[in-house]
Design a protein. Sequence first.
Length: 334
Amino acid sequence: MAASSRSGTSRKLWFLASAVVLVIALYTAGWFYAASALRERTLLLLGSQADAGISANCENAEYRGYPFRIGLFCSKVDVDDTVNGISASFGPLRSAAQVYNPGHIVWELDAPSEVRTGHGLSIASTWESLQSSLVTKLKGVERASMVIQKPKTTIQSSASGQAFDIAADQSEIHLRQNGADLDAAIQLQNATTTAKGLPQLLPATNTSIDVTLKDRAGVLDGSDRNGLALHGSEGDLREFKADLGQGQVLTLSGPFSFDDRGRMSGKMKLRIEDIPAWQDSLSRAFPGLESTIGTAANMLQALGGGEKASLDITIRRGKVFAGGLIPIGEIPPI
């Protein structure tokens, strides 16, 4: 082979090798850029929004999955909302996306978690597994879904002294942007609620919530300047449903709002099916109130004309009234 021919072949091989190296370098740079974007979008879902005083920290952040997957791993996640006085901490986080579809992210979060507010409300949770997926757009998160196995949550208010334990076999949470509003759907399978330190009073219940928060779509994509707080928010509870089985169904629906101190107001419609069965369950759970429960059941049956009834519930700054006049309880500030 002539020297000139060998020289030409060498130049072609050199150019080919250089092109391969350049492509690999560009791909690697793009992978790390996408990994950084994954980190920002994952933390956005957890509430990070620097302009509104909300920060999310991913301790010991590590990127994995190169070259075909993008994964972010954190040993711990902390979220702080200094404006509204809300702080939260979570266990290790693992998230991943395919290189060819970086806008679809799946992630897992380990227990425990703890959320505290400046109004004295604390929420501590544990679970067996928490798996989630989210769909992102140019500026943030558009839709998110989450499935939690064996969740257990303790809610305590230092203002009222009330404390409750909520547990379930499985919980599902679905969030999506609907124009300017935020739609949320929550389901709990075999859920139990007890006053802390007391035995379970009612049988396991299947519970679902379908709610819209007006003008709060930005909670998902990080553009909502109120961040995680519900203060000053309003919405529509399309349905809260509690099903104890055997026809014992309770539903609640109506508009609601929270003032700047986190106190709830609203006008709800309460519907109860199979009142005698509810009377029996509540009388066994609260034997000391059997007479009062019987009187209430008779009143509801008289209003409904049978075993079903509807009742208007009014909430004024946390105080709950039946028919707008009879006080029946109080909801602590959030």
